[in-house]
Design a protein around this ligand. Structure first.
Ligand code: UD1
Length: 432
């Protein structure tokens, strides 16, 4: 298994090109199941999750080709993927695949909407706590489908007339539930209205792409989304939006090490709440035509309290990275996680680098320390792993991050991007 070796203490200076967003690319790829025509996606990041999803879609009958640049020396990629679901050959998504990648559960909506039936394995456990799918299934039922659980599988069928538009009210904001509603209701008969919809930029990106495919969706990006169902969708070409979580991660890294880095290609409104927190911590944030520039020199890091919340709040996917930054703040900060229970796996590992963090229910109380010291640590989930990288960049001496396959799921060319800005970081490949 590969590991990443970091020797801390270097400032970051330069430019980091921001990749296409994983959390947008995955639902966009799944939307290819909604049409027999070709869907072309540009700016798709070269990530383990994307490559796995391509194979999963292949099992359902999607033909695919991947063109464009491969991961380049300077970090950027932006691949183009062509996906054509001319004929759906299988409406079954087996446990072996869905358990490897949660997001693949979302195939249930387009398969049901287009084929009238689907059988998809329940995703099962996950390192960041229970992640139920009851609200996704509620969407399908509201649209008139039957939903049964049989031996670990969700079996769903539309009535003879197909899915029917409906009022869908979410009791809590769910990104997965909103993606499900957009995809299923686009091919339903009649009008659907989604109340308390997620407002994440990735929802807007999916709605934009579906509209280009012929869907009639209004209000994406607000809490109320209206969808007029259409009889069929066609192919289109769409570029995946920039990854706000990747950008926020590198912003935390620069605030941590000091230096001056341009996050190229990202827009501030995609991660404003994170930029606000990073600014309060002492970094200077400026926006240019190129992207967002993060700079910190001289002064130390100020403590800042954050609470995760659905967009436009502080993203749960940046909680671990911001906590890493706070480990070296001059004072105490409080980080509250409201989206997922048990999303504090990184705390134990950050402690190995010398941080002082106390957990109290859904809060982490971070006492900033003067110095962190390198140590062997273990990646636990995607965002937790990268928080260890951030801490290691500022720690004295060497840190070896084990189990980096978690990082490869969501960060494209991490070590090249950081290395190009002066970090001492390298991948150590396991022999054999
Ligand atoms: C969530 C995050 C998203 C992040 C992703 C990966 C939010 C609102 N969502 O999206 O930003 O990128 O994780 O880390 O920040 N829930 C149910 N029943 C369901 C579905 C969800 O109770 O059927 C609950 C979840 O347990 C959670 C909340 O709703 O507490 C939000 O979950 P949801 O947005 O659906 O999760 P993801 O789509 O994975």
């Amino acid at each position: 298994m590969d590991r990443i070796r970091i020797v801390g203490g270097k400032e970051l200076n330069g430019t980091i090109p921001i990749s296409g967003a994983k959390n947008a690319a995955l639902p966009l790829m799944i939307a290819s199941l909604l049409t027999a025509d070709r869907l072309t996606l540009d700016n798709v990041p070269n990530l383990a999750d994307v490559n796995m999803l391509v194979r999963i879609l292949g099992n359902h009958g999607v033909d695919y080709t991947i063109n464009g640049k491969r991961a380049g020396e300077n970090g950027t990629t932006g691949r183009t993927i062509h996906l054509t679901a001319g004929e759906i050959v299988d409406t079954l998504a087996p446990y072996e695949l869905v358990s490897k990648m949660r997001a693949s559960f979302w195939v249930i909506a387009p398969l049901l909407a287009r084929m009238g039936e689907a059988k998809v394995s329940l995703p099962g456990g996950c390192a960041i706590g229970t992640r139920p799918v009851d609200l996704l299934l509620m969407v399908l039922e509201r649209l008139g489908a039957s939903v049964d659980i049989d031996a670990g599988y969700v079996v769903t069928k539309a009535g003879s007339g197909g899915l029917k538009g409906a009022e869908i009210e979410f009791p809590k904001v769910t990104v997965g539930g909103t993606h499900t509603a957009l995809m299923a209701a686009s091919l339903a008969h009649g009008k659907s209205v989604v109340h308390n919809a997620a407002r994440e930029p990735e929802i807007v990106d999916l709605a934009d792409c579906l509209n280009k495919m012929g869907a009639r969706i209004r209000g994406a990006g607000t809490s109320t989304i209206e969808i007029d169902g259409v009889a069929h969708l066609s192919g289109t070409r769409h570029a995946v939006l920039p990854d706000r979580i990747e950008a926020g991660t590198y912003a935390c890294a620069v605030a941590m090490t000091g230096g001056d880095v341009m996050l190229e290609g990202v827009r501030p409104e995609l991660f404003q709440s994170a930029l606000d927190a990073i600014e309060k911590a002492g970094a200077v944030v400026t926006t240019t035509n190129e992207g967002v520039r993060i700079k910190r020199n001289g002064a130390g890091i100020s403590p800042v309290d954050v609470t995760t919340a659905p967009f436009p709040g502080f993203p749960t996917d940046l909680q671990a990275q911001f906590m890493a930054l706070m480990t070296r703040a001059k004072g105490q900060s409080k980080i509250t996680e409201t989206i997922f229970e048990n999303r504090f796996m990184h705390v134990q590992e950050l402690a190995r680098l010398g941080s002082h963090i106390r957990l109290d229910g859904d809060c982490a109380i971070v006492e900033g320390v003067e110095r962190l010291k390198g140590a062997p640590v273990m990646a636990t989930d995607l965002r937790a792993s990268v928080s260890l990288v951030i801490a290691a960049l500022a720690a004295e001496g060497e840190t070896m991050v084990n189990r980096v396959y978690h990082l490869d799921r969501g960060f494209e060319n991490l070590e090249r991007k950081l290395g190009a800005c002066g970090a001492q970081i390298e991948r150590v490949s396991a022999p054999g």
